[in-house]
Design a protein around this ligand. Structure first.
Ligand SMILES: Cc1cc2nc3c(=O)[nH]c(=O)nc-3n(C[C@H](O)[C@H](O)[C@H](O)COP(=O)(O)OP(=O)(O)OC[C@H]3O[C@@H](n4cnc5c(N)ncnc54)[C@H](O)[C@@H]3O)c2cc1C
Length: 496
Protein backbone atom coordinates (compact mmCIF):
# COMPACT_ATOMS: atom_id res chain seq x y z
CA UNK A 1 0.00 0.00 0.00
CA UNK A 2 1.24 3.51 -0.74
CA UNK A 3 0.24 6.63 1.17
CA UNK A 4 0.29 10.29 0.19
CA UNK A 5 -0.12 12.68 3.10
CA UNK A 6 -1.26 16.16 2.08
CA UNK A 7 -0.88 19.17 4.39
CA UNK A 8 -1.77 22.77 3.55
CA UNK A 9 0.92 24.16 5.84
CA UNK A 10 4.70 23.71 5.81
CA UNK A 11 6.80 20.99 7.38
CA UNK A 12 7.63 21.19 11.10
CA UNK A 13 10.92 19.30 10.85
CA UNK A 14 13.14 22.41 10.75
CA UNK A 15 11.14 24.77 12.97
CA UNK A 16 12.29 25.24 16.54
CA UNK A 17 9.31 27.47 17.37
CA UNK A 18 7.03 24.55 16.52
CA UNK A 19 9.12 21.72 17.92
CA UNK A 20 10.02 23.28 21.30
CA UNK A 21 6.94 22.80 23.43
CA UNK A 22 7.56 25.74 25.78
CA UNK A 23 7.34 28.14 22.82
CA UNK A 24 3.77 27.14 21.94
CA UNK A 25 2.14 30.44 22.81
CA UNK A 26 4.25 32.20 20.15
CA UNK A 27 2.28 30.33 17.49
CA UNK A 28 -1.15 31.80 18.32
CA UNK A 29 -2.22 34.16 15.52
CA UNK A 30 1.16 33.55 13.81
CA UNK A 31 1.66 32.50 10.19
CA UNK A 32 1.22 28.90 11.35
CA UNK A 33 -2.34 29.58 12.51
CA UNK A 34 -5.46 29.48 10.29
CA UNK A 35 -6.75 31.88 12.96
CA UNK A 36 -10.50 31.59 12.52
CA UNK A 37 -12.74 34.41 13.73
CA UNK A 38 -16.13 33.39 15.07
CA UNK A 39 -19.53 34.74 14.07
CA UNK A 40 -21.19 37.40 16.22
CA UNK A 41 -22.18 35.69 19.49
CA UNK A 42 -25.53 36.44 21.15
CA UNK A 43 -24.28 35.43 24.61
CA UNK A 44 -20.55 34.92 24.24
CA UNK A 45 -17.37 36.80 23.40
CA UNK A 46 -17.45 37.71 19.71
CA UNK A 47 -13.76 38.75 19.80
CA UNK A 48 -12.70 35.16 20.38
CA UNK A 49 -10.68 33.45 17.67
CA UNK A 50 -10.24 29.75 17.04
CA UNK A 51 -6.57 28.93 16.66
CA UNK A 52 -6.02 26.00 14.25
CA UNK A 53 -2.49 25.11 13.27
CA UNK A 54 -1.42 25.18 9.65
CA UNK A 55 1.70 23.03 9.81
CA UNK A 56 2.54 19.34 9.60
CA UNK A 57 1.03 17.70 12.68
CA UNK A 58 -1.87 20.18 12.84
CA UNK A 59 -2.80 21.54 16.25
CA UNK A 60 -0.69 18.84 17.90
CA UNK A 61 2.23 20.89 16.53
CA UNK A 62 1.21 24.07 18.34
CA UNK A 63 -0.82 22.98 21.33
CA UNK A 64 0.22 22.79 24.97
CA UNK A 65 0.45 18.97 24.91
CA UNK A 66 -1.66 18.33 28.00
CA UNK A 67 -2.10 14.58 27.70
CA UNK A 68 -5.17 12.71 28.89
CA UNK A 69 -6.67 9.34 28.25
CA UNK A 70 -10.41 9.89 27.81
CA UNK A 71 -12.48 8.72 30.79
CA UNK A 72 -13.98 5.26 30.33
CA UNK A 73 -17.44 6.79 30.76
CA UNK A 74 -16.82 9.03 27.72
CA UNK A 75 -15.89 6.11 25.53
CA UNK A 76 -18.82 3.98 26.67
CA UNK A 77 -21.06 6.94 25.91
CA UNK A 78 -19.73 7.10 22.33
CA UNK A 79 -20.99 3.58 21.82
CA UNK A 80 -24.34 4.39 23.44
CA UNK A 81 -24.66 7.29 20.99
CA UNK A 82 -24.35 4.91 18.06
CA UNK A 83 -20.60 4.54 17.50
CA UNK A 84 -20.62 0.75 17.80
CA UNK A 85 -17.27 -0.69 18.82
CA UNK A 86 -15.85 2.51 20.36
CA UNK A 87 -16.46 1.61 24.01
CA UNK A 88 -13.76 1.76 26.70
CA UNK A 89 -12.99 -1.93 26.51
CA UNK A 90 -12.10 -1.72 22.83
CA UNK A 91 -10.45 1.72 22.80
CA UNK A 92 -8.31 1.56 25.97
CA UNK A 93 -5.86 -0.89 24.34
CA UNK A 94 -5.33 1.77 21.65
CA UNK A 95 -4.47 4.44 24.22
CA UNK A 96 -1.99 1.95 25.65
CA UNK A 97 -0.58 1.13 22.23
CA UNK A 98 0.06 4.74 21.25
CA UNK A 99 2.03 5.82 24.32
CA UNK A 100 5.36 5.40 26.04
CA UNK A 101 4.46 6.66 29.50
CA UNK A 102 6.78 7.40 32.44
CA UNK A 103 4.02 6.88 35.04
CA UNK A 104 3.48 3.74 37.10
CA UNK A 105 0.69 1.36 36.21
CA UNK A 106 0.30 -1.90 34.32
CA UNK A 107 -2.22 -0.29 32.00
CA UNK A 108 0.36 2.14 30.60
CA UNK A 109 2.12 1.62 27.29
CA UNK A 110 5.92 1.43 27.30
CA UNK A 111 6.75 1.24 23.62
CA UNK A 112 4.29 3.38 21.69
CA UNK A 113 5.29 6.30 19.45
CA UNK A 114 3.93 9.11 21.69
CA UNK A 115 6.03 9.97 24.76
CA UNK A 116 4.06 11.02 27.84
CA UNK A 117 5.77 12.41 30.93
CA UNK A 118 4.53 13.74 34.25
CA UNK A 119 5.46 17.36 34.98
CA UNK A 120 7.48 17.43 38.22
CA UNK A 121 6.41 19.85 40.99
CA UNK A 122 8.98 22.48 39.98
CA UNK A 123 6.78 25.60 40.27
CA UNK A 124 6.48 26.84 43.89
CA UNK A 125 3.29 28.82 43.20
CA UNK A 126 1.80 25.70 41.60
CA UNK A 127 2.77 23.59 44.63
CA UNK A 128 1.14 26.16 46.93
CA UNK A 129 -1.96 26.02 44.72
CA UNK A 130 -2.17 22.24 45.11
CA UNK A 131 -1.81 22.65 48.89
CA UNK A 132 -4.64 25.20 48.73
CA UNK A 133 -6.76 22.76 46.73
CA UNK A 134 -6.29 20.23 49.53
CA UNK A 135 -7.29 22.84 52.09
CA UNK A 136 -10.42 23.46 50.00
CA UNK A 137 -11.21 19.72 49.97
CA UNK A 138 -9.79 18.88 46.50
CA UNK A 139 -7.13 16.17 46.94
CA UNK A 140 -3.92 15.72 44.97
CA UNK A 141 -4.68 12.91 42.56
CA UNK A 142 -3.00 10.87 39.84
CA UNK A 143 -4.05 11.59 36.26
CA UNK A 144 -4.31 8.82 33.64
CA UNK A 145 -4.46 6.17 36.36
CA UNK A 146 -7.37 4.43 34.64
CA UNK A 147 -9.83 5.92 37.15
CA UNK A 148 -11.84 9.01 36.18
CA UNK A 149 -10.95 12.03 38.33
CA UNK A 150 -14.16 13.73 39.44
CA UNK A 151 -12.55 15.76 42.20
CA UNK A 152 -8.79 16.18 42.26
CA UNK A 153 -5.82 18.22 41.14
CA UNK A 154 -2.20 17.81 40.13
CA UNK A 155 0.55 18.65 37.68
CA UNK A 156 -0.38 17.33 34.23
CA UNK A 157 1.00 14.59 32.12
CA UNK A 158 2.19 16.06 28.81
CA UNK A 159 3.15 14.51 25.48
CA UNK A 160 6.73 15.70 25.32
CA UNK A 161 10.06 14.05 24.77
CA UNK A 162 12.82 14.30 27.36
CA UNK A 163 14.71 17.01 25.47
CA UNK A 164 11.72 19.39 25.39
CA UNK A 165 10.50 18.45 21.91
CA UNK A 166 6.73 18.18 21.68
CA UNK A 167 5.51 14.64 21.04
CA UNK A 168 3.10 15.85 18.35
CA UNK A 169 1.51 13.46 15.88
CA UNK A 170 4.13 14.63 13.38
CA UNK A 171 7.14 14.13 15.68
CA UNK A 172 5.79 10.84 17.03
CA UNK A 173 4.36 9.17 13.95
CA UNK A 174 5.87 10.86 10.89
CA UNK A 175 9.44 11.92 11.69
CA UNK A 176 10.62 8.33 12.30
CA UNK A 177 9.28 7.12 8.93
CA UNK A 178 9.77 10.06 6.56
CA UNK A 179 12.17 8.01 4.45
CA UNK A 180 9.76 5.10 3.88
CA UNK A 181 9.43 4.34 0.19
CA UNK A 182 5.67 3.89 0.30
CA UNK A 183 5.06 7.28 2.01
CA UNK A 184 4.99 10.64 0.23
CA UNK A 185 4.48 13.73 2.38
CA UNK A 186 3.37 16.73 0.37
CA UNK A 187 3.40 19.90 2.47
CA UNK A 188 2.17 23.32 1.28
CA UNK A 189 -0.55 21.38 -0.55
CA UNK A 190 -4.01 22.78 0.10
CA UNK A 191 -6.82 20.36 -0.79
CA UNK A 192 -9.67 22.35 -2.36
CA UNK A 193 -11.97 19.48 -3.32
CA UNK A 194 -12.47 15.75 -2.93
CA UNK A 195 -13.14 14.17 -6.31
CA UNK A 196 -16.14 11.85 -6.43
CA UNK A 197 -17.09 9.93 -9.58
CA UNK A 198 -20.53 9.06 -10.97
CA UNK A 199 -20.63 5.87 -8.90
CA UNK A 200 -20.19 8.05 -5.82
CA UNK A 201 -16.70 6.79 -5.15
CA UNK A 202 -13.96 9.11 -3.88
CA UNK A 203 -11.21 8.88 -6.47
CA UNK A 204 -8.76 11.50 -5.26
CA UNK A 205 -8.41 15.17 -4.48
CA UNK A 206 -7.68 18.46 -6.16
CA UNK A 207 -4.87 20.39 -4.52
CA UNK A 208 -3.33 23.81 -4.94
CA UNK A 209 0.36 23.57 -4.20
CA UNK A 210 1.79 26.66 -5.81
CA UNK A 211 1.73 30.43 -5.65
CA UNK A 212 -0.22 30.89 -8.88
CA UNK A 213 -3.29 28.90 -7.80
CA UNK A 214 -3.28 26.25 -10.51
CA UNK A 215 -4.88 23.01 -9.33
CA UNK A 216 -3.48 19.49 -9.61
CA UNK A 217 -5.13 16.13 -9.15
CA UNK A 218 -3.88 13.44 -6.81
CA UNK A 219 -5.52 10.09 -7.47
CA UNK A 220 -6.31 7.60 -4.73
CA UNK A 221 -6.32 3.95 -5.69
CA UNK A 222 -7.85 2.75 -2.45
CA UNK A 223 -9.35 5.52 -0.36
CA UNK A 224 -9.26 9.14 0.72
CA UNK A 225 -9.02 9.91 4.43
CA UNK A 226 -9.86 13.45 5.54
CA UNK A 227 -8.14 14.67 8.72
CA UNK A 228 -8.49 18.43 8.37
CA UNK A 229 -9.92 18.97 11.87
CA UNK A 230 -13.30 20.01 13.27
CA UNK A 231 -13.48 23.22 11.25
CA UNK A 232 -11.83 22.28 7.95
CA UNK A 233 -13.12 18.72 7.56
CA UNK A 234 -16.79 19.80 7.33
CA UNK A 235 -15.71 22.69 5.13
CA UNK A 236 -13.91 20.39 2.69
CA UNK A 237 -16.78 17.90 2.64
CA UNK A 238 -19.24 20.68 1.87
CA UNK A 239 -17.03 22.13 -0.87
CA UNK A 240 -17.04 18.62 -2.35
CA UNK A 241 -20.85 18.33 -2.32
CA UNK A 242 -21.30 16.41 0.93
CA UNK A 243 -23.42 18.35 3.41
CA UNK A 244 -26.85 19.88 3.99
CA UNK A 245 -28.27 20.16 0.43
CA UNK A 246 -30.06 23.44 1.08
CA UNK A 247 -26.94 25.10 2.41
CA UNK A 248 -24.86 23.79 -0.49
CA UNK A 249 -27.46 25.12 -2.95
CA UNK A 250 -27.15 28.61 -1.39
CA UNK A 251 -23.54 28.56 -2.61
CA UNK A 252 -24.24 26.96 -5.97
CA UNK A 253 -22.75 23.61 -5.00
CA UNK A 254 -24.55 20.54 -6.26
CA UNK A 255 -25.16 18.00 -3.49
CA UNK A 256 -23.48 14.65 -4.13
CA UNK A 257 -24.82 13.45 -0.78
CA UNK A 258 -27.43 15.37 1.19
CA UNK A 259 -25.92 14.95 4.65
CA UNK A 260 -27.58 17.34 7.10
CA UNK A 261 -25.20 16.52 9.97
CA UNK A 262 -22.06 17.88 8.26
CA UNK A 263 -21.06 21.07 10.07
CA UNK A 264 -23.62 20.52 12.85
CA UNK A 265 -23.01 19.65 16.54
CA UNK A 266 -20.00 21.91 16.97
CA UNK A 267 -18.93 21.39 20.57
CA UNK A 268 -16.14 22.98 22.54
CA UNK A 269 -14.77 23.61 26.01
CA UNK A 270 -15.48 27.30 26.63
CA UNK A 271 -13.34 28.70 29.44
CA UNK A 272 -13.55 31.65 31.80
CA UNK A 273 -10.49 33.29 33.34
CA UNK A 274 -9.67 34.73 36.76
CA UNK A 275 -6.23 36.18 37.52
CA UNK A 276 -4.24 37.48 40.45
CA UNK A 277 -1.18 39.63 40.80
CA UNK A 278 1.56 37.42 42.29
CA UNK A 279 3.30 38.54 45.45
CA UNK A 280 6.49 36.62 44.63
CA UNK A 281 8.31 36.23 41.31
CA UNK A 282 6.65 33.66 39.09
CA UNK A 283 8.72 31.01 37.31
CA UNK A 284 10.70 32.07 34.25
CA UNK A 285 11.33 28.54 32.96
CA UNK A 286 8.39 26.26 32.31
CA UNK A 287 7.46 23.04 30.58
CA UNK A 288 4.55 24.79 28.83
CA UNK A 289 3.23 27.33 31.44
CA UNK A 290 -0.21 25.68 31.91
CA UNK A 291 0.89 22.83 34.08
CA UNK A 292 -1.80 21.99 36.65
CA UNK A 293 -5.36 20.76 36.25
CA UNK A 294 -8.16 20.89 38.81
CA UNK A 295 -11.34 18.84 38.40
CA UNK A 296 -14.54 19.31 40.39
CA UNK A 297 -18.26 18.80 40.09
CA UNK A 298 -20.33 21.90 40.73
CA UNK A 299 -23.42 19.75 41.40
CA UNK A 300 -21.86 18.11 44.45
CA UNK A 301 -24.12 18.64 47.44
CA UNK A 302 -26.92 20.07 45.28
CA UNK A 303 -30.01 18.47 43.78
CA UNK A 304 -29.00 19.50 40.22
CA UNK A 305 -29.16 16.20 38.27
CA UNK A 306 -26.17 14.96 36.26
CA UNK A 307 -26.56 13.55 32.79
CA UNK A 308 -22.86 12.65 32.73
CA UNK A 309 -22.54 10.29 35.68
CA UNK A 310 -19.05 9.61 36.96
CA UNK A 311 -17.52 12.68 35.33
CA UNK A 312 -16.78 16.22 36.55
CA UNK A 313 -18.62 19.15 34.99
CA UNK A 314 -15.77 21.58 35.68
CA UNK A 315 -12.05 21.64 34.97
CA UNK A 316 -9.53 24.43 35.51
CA UNK A 317 -6.10 24.98 34.11
CA UNK A 318 -3.56 26.91 36.16
CA UNK A 319 -1.45 29.34 34.12
CA UNK A 320 1.77 30.91 35.37
CA UNK A 321 1.87 33.60 32.67
CA UNK A 322 -0.23 36.72 31.85
CA UNK A 323 -3.49 35.74 30.17
CA UNK A 324 -5.25 39.02 29.46
CA UNK A 325 -6.08 38.51 25.78
CA UNK A 326 -9.79 39.14 26.36
CA UNK A 327 -9.74 41.24 29.52
CA UNK A 328 -7.38 44.08 28.68
CA UNK A 329 -9.66 45.47 25.96
CA UNK A 330 -12.54 45.34 28.45
CA UNK A 331 -10.66 47.64 30.82
CA UNK A 332 -9.44 45.20 33.46
CA UNK A 333 -5.99 45.73 35.02
CA UNK A 334 -3.10 43.46 34.09
CA UNK A 335 0.33 42.49 35.41
CA UNK A 336 3.49 40.89 34.10
CA UNK A 337 3.91 38.82 37.26
CA UNK A 338 0.65 37.02 37.56
CA UNK A 339 -1.08 33.65 37.72
CA UNK A 340 -4.55 32.61 36.67
CA UNK A 341 -7.14 29.84 36.76
CA UNK A 342 -9.32 29.09 33.76
CA UNK A 343 -12.51 27.21 34.68
CA UNK A 344 -13.87 25.36 31.65
CA UNK A 345 -17.12 23.52 31.07
CA UNK A 346 -16.25 19.89 30.47
CA UNK A 347 -19.59 19.00 28.88
CA UNK A 348 -20.95 22.21 27.47
CA UNK A 349 -24.48 21.79 26.15
CA UNK A 350 -24.45 24.66 23.64
CA UNK A 351 -24.09 23.42 20.08
CA UNK A 352 -22.80 25.44 17.15
CA UNK A 353 -22.21 25.08 13.44
CA UNK A 354 -19.55 25.33 10.74
CA UNK A 355 -20.91 26.68 7.45
CA UNK A 356 -19.40 27.77 4.16
CA UNK A 357 -18.92 31.50 3.68
CA UNK A 358 -18.80 30.95 -0.09
CA UNK A 359 -17.88 28.28 -2.60
CA UNK A 360 -14.31 29.64 -2.67
CA UNK A 361 -12.00 27.23 -0.83
CA UNK A 362 -9.86 30.17 0.28
CA UNK A 363 -12.64 31.80 2.29
CA UNK A 364 -12.62 31.16 6.01
CA UNK A 365 -15.76 29.23 6.95
CA UNK A 366 -18.43 30.67 9.23
CA UNK A 367 -17.69 29.23 12.65
CA UNK A 368 -20.56 29.84 15.05
CA UNK A 369 -20.05 28.07 18.40
CA UNK A 370 -23.20 29.70 19.91
CA UNK A 371 -21.46 29.81 23.27
CA UNK A 372 -23.68 29.92 26.37
CA UNK A 373 -26.91 29.52 24.39
CA UNK A 374 -28.11 26.23 25.88
CA UNK A 375 -31.70 26.46 27.01
CA UNK A 376 -31.00 25.23 30.54
CA UNK A 377 -28.28 27.79 31.20
CA UNK A 378 -26.02 24.88 32.20
CA UNK A 379 -22.90 26.27 30.57
CA UNK A 380 -23.03 29.66 32.26
CA UNK A 381 -24.00 28.12 35.60
CA UNK A 382 -20.85 25.96 35.55
CA UNK A 383 -18.66 28.89 34.47
CA UNK A 384 -19.98 31.05 37.31
CA UNK A 385 -19.49 28.25 39.85
CA UNK A 386 -15.99 27.81 38.44
CA UNK A 387 -15.03 31.41 39.13
CA UNK A 388 -16.42 31.07 42.65
CA UNK A 389 -14.52 27.83 43.26
CA UNK A 390 -11.31 29.38 41.93
CA UNK A 391 -11.71 32.21 44.45
CA UNK A 392 -12.35 29.73 47.23
CA UNK A 393 -9.16 27.80 46.40
CA UNK A 394 -6.95 30.86 46.12
CA UNK A 395 -8.28 32.30 49.40
CA UNK A 396 -6.91 29.30 51.35
CA UNK A 397 -3.97 29.86 53.74
CA UNK A 398 -1.54 27.99 51.45
CA UNK A 399 -1.83 30.75 48.84
CA UNK A 400 -1.42 33.65 51.27
CA UNK A 401 2.22 34.22 50.25
CA UNK A 402 1.34 34.22 46.53
CA UNK A 403 -2.07 35.76 45.93
CA UNK A 404 -2.02 39.54 45.58
CA UNK A 405 -4.84 41.64 44.19
CA UNK A 406 -7.44 39.85 42.05
CA UNK A 407 -6.95 41.52 38.66
CA UNK A 408 -9.99 40.20 36.86
CA UNK A 409 -12.87 39.96 37.27
CA UNK A 410 -11.94 41.77 40.53
CA UNK A 411 -13.57 42.39 43.88
CA UNK A 412 -16.46 44.45 42.46
CA UNK A 413 -17.76 41.45 40.53
CA UNK A 414 -19.53 39.29 43.11
CA UNK A 415 -23.11 38.28 42.30
CA UNK A 416 -23.86 35.43 39.90
CA UNK A 417 -25.27 37.97 37.43
CA UNK A 418 -22.13 40.12 37.61
CA UNK A 419 -19.88 37.08 37.11
CA UNK A 420 -21.99 35.85 34.20
CA UNK A 421 -21.81 39.25 32.52
CA UNK A 422 -18.01 39.25 32.94
CA UNK A 423 -17.70 35.69 31.59
CA UNK A 424 -19.80 36.38 28.51
CA UNK A 425 -17.58 39.33 27.57
CA UNK A 426 -14.16 37.82 28.32
CA UNK A 427 -14.28 34.04 27.95
CA UNK A 428 -11.91 32.15 25.70
CA UNK A 429 -11.87 28.55 24.53
CA UNK A 430 -9.56 25.69 25.45
CA UNK A 431 -9.38 25.27 21.64
CA UNK A 432 -11.18 21.91 21.55
CA UNK A 433 -13.76 22.12 18.74
CA UNK A 434 -15.15 18.67 17.89
CA UNK A 435 -18.15 16.74 16.64
CA UNK A 436 -18.86 18.48 13.31
CA UNK A 437 -18.67 15.27 11.21
CA UNK A 438 -19.69 12.86 13.91
CA UNK A 439 -19.90 9.11 13.59
CA UNK A 440 -23.01 7.31 14.70
CA UNK A 441 -25.51 4.65 13.90
CA UNK A 442 -25.92 3.79 10.22
CA UNK A 443 -29.60 4.85 10.27
CA UNK A 444 -28.95 8.17 12.09
CA UNK A 445 -29.10 10.77 9.33
CA UNK A 446 -27.53 13.48 11.54
CA UNK A 447 -24.35 11.37 11.82
CA UNK A 448 -22.47 11.76 8.51
CA UNK A 449 -20.15 8.83 9.34
CA UNK A 450 -20.76 5.21 10.21
CA UNK A 451 -18.82 3.69 13.14
CA UNK A 452 -16.02 2.68 10.75
CA UNK A 453 -15.45 6.38 9.99
CA UNK A 454 -16.85 5.97 6.48
CA UNK A 455 -18.78 8.85 4.94
CA UNK A 456 -22.31 7.58 4.36
CA UNK A 457 -23.50 7.68 0.77
CA UNK A 458 -20.00 7.57 -0.76
CA UNK A 459 -17.44 4.79 -1.01
CA UNK A 460 -13.71 5.14 -0.49
CA UNK A 461 -13.96 8.11 1.87
CA UNK A 462 -13.31 8.29 5.61
CA UNK A 463 -12.82 11.06 8.14
CA UNK A 464 -10.42 10.59 11.07
CA UNK A 465 -9.93 13.56 13.39
CA UNK A 466 -11.67 15.39 16.26
CA UNK A 467 -14.68 16.13 14.05
CA UNK A 468 -15.78 12.48 14.26
CA UNK A 469 -16.34 12.53 18.04
CA UNK A 470 -19.99 11.82 18.87
CA UNK A 471 -19.44 13.82 22.07
CA UNK A 472 -16.41 15.88 23.09
CA UNK A 473 -14.30 14.22 25.76
CA UNK A 474 -14.41 15.48 29.36
CA UNK A 475 -10.68 16.16 29.12
CA UNK A 476 -8.26 17.71 26.62
CA UNK A 477 -8.87 15.71 23.43
CA UNK A 478 -5.56 15.42 21.58
CA UNK A 479 -4.55 11.96 22.80
CA UNK A 480 -8.09 10.76 22.04
CA UNK A 481 -7.71 12.19 18.52
CA UNK A 482 -4.50 10.18 18.15
CA UNK A 483 -6.43 7.12 19.36
CA UNK A 484 -8.94 7.76 16.55
CA UNK A 485 -5.99 7.73 14.13
CA UNK A 486 -4.82 4.38 15.54
CA UNK A 487 -8.31 2.96 15.12
CA UNK A 488 -8.58 4.31 11.60
CA UNK A 489 -5.31 2.59 10.69
CA UNK A 490 -6.73 -0.72 11.96
CA UNK A 491 -9.94 -0.20 9.99
CA UNK A 492 -8.04 0.56 6.78
CA UNK A 493 -5.81 -2.49 7.25
CA UNK A 494 -8.81 -4.71 7.96
CA UNK A 495 -10.56 -3.56 4.78
CA UNK A 496 -7.73 -4.61 2.47
C1 LIG B 1 -3.75 26.49 20.91
C2 LIG B 1 -4.22 25.09 21.16
C3 LIG B 1 -3.88 24.44 22.33
C4 LIG B 1 -4.35 23.13 22.56
N1 LIG B 1 -3.89 22.46 23.66
C5 LIG B 1 -4.22 21.15 23.82
C6 LIG B 1 -3.65 20.38 24.86
O1 LIG B 1 -2.80 20.87 25.62
N2 LIG B 1 -4.03 19.08 24.99
C7 LIG B 1 -4.97 18.51 24.17
O2 LIG B 1 -5.32 17.35 24.38
N3 LIG B 1 -5.51 19.22 23.16
C8 LIG B 1 -5.12 20.50 22.94
N4 LIG B 1 -5.62 21.20 21.87
C9 LIG B 1 -6.55 20.50 20.96
C10 LIG B 1 -5.87 19.50 20.05
O3 LIG B 1 -4.64 19.99 19.58
C11 LIG B 1 -6.82 19.16 18.91
O4 LIG B 1 -8.00 18.62 19.45
C12 LIG B 1 -6.25 18.17 17.91
O5 LIG B 1 -5.00 18.59 17.41
C13 LIG B 1 -7.23 18.02 16.78
O6 LIG B 1 -6.66 17.26 15.75
P1 LIG B 1 -7.36 17.12 14.35
O7 LIG B 1 -6.65 16.06 13.63
O8 LIG B 1 -8.81 17.02 14.55
O9 LIG B 1 -7.16 18.51 13.59
P2 LIG B 1 -5.96 19.53 13.46
O10 LIG B 1 -4.98 19.30 14.54
O11 LIG B 1 -6.58 20.88 13.35
O12 LIG B 1 -5.25 19.15 12.09
C14 LIG B 1 -5.79 19.47 10.85
C15 LIG B 1 -4.67 19.60 9.84
O13 LIG B 1 -5.24 19.64 8.54
C16 LIG B 1 -4.66 20.69 7.79
N5 LIG B 1 -5.66 21.13 6.81
C17 LIG B 1 -6.85 21.73 7.06
N6 LIG B 1 -7.52 21.93 5.91
C18 LIG B 1 -6.74 21.44 4.92
C19 LIG B 1 -6.90 21.36 3.52
N7 LIG B 1 -8.01 21.77 2.90
N8 LIG B 1 -5.89 20.81 2.78
C20 LIG B 1 -4.75 20.35 3.39
N9 LIG B 1 -4.56 20.40 4.73
C21 LIG B 1 -5.55 20.94 5.48
C22 LIG B 1 -4.33 21.75 8.82
O14 LIG B 1 -3.35 22.66 8.34
C23 LIG B 1 -3.85 20.88 9.98
O15 LIG B 1 -2.49 20.57 9.88
C24 LIG B 1 -5.18 22.50 21.61
C25 LIG B 1 -5.51 23.15 20.43
C26 LIG B 1 -5.04 24.43 20.20
C27 LIG B 1 -5.39 25.11 18.91
Amino acid sequence: MTVALLEAGPTDTDKDVVLQLNRWMELLESGYDWDYPIEEQAKGNSFMRHARAKVLGGCSSHNSCIAFWAPKEDMDEWEQLGAAGWNAESTYPLFQRLETNDADGDHHGRSGPVHLMTIPPHDPCGVALLDACEQAGIPRTEFNSGETVVKGANFFQINRQEDGTRASSSVSYLHPILERENLTVLTDSWVRKILIDDEKRATGVEIVANAFGRGETITANREVIVSAGAIDSPKLLMLSGIGPAEHLAEHGIEAVVDSPGVGEHLQDHPEAVIAWDAKQPMITEGYQWWEIGIFADTREGTDVPSDKPGRPDLMMHYGSVPFDMHTLRQGYPTSDNTFCLTPNITHAKSRGTVRLRSRDFRDKPKVDPRYFTDAEGHDMRVAVEGIKLARQIVSQPAMADWAGEELFPGKDVQTDEEIADYVSRTHNTVYHPAGTVRMGAVQDEMSPLDPELRVKGVTGLRVADASVMPELTTVNPNITTMMIGERCADLVKASR
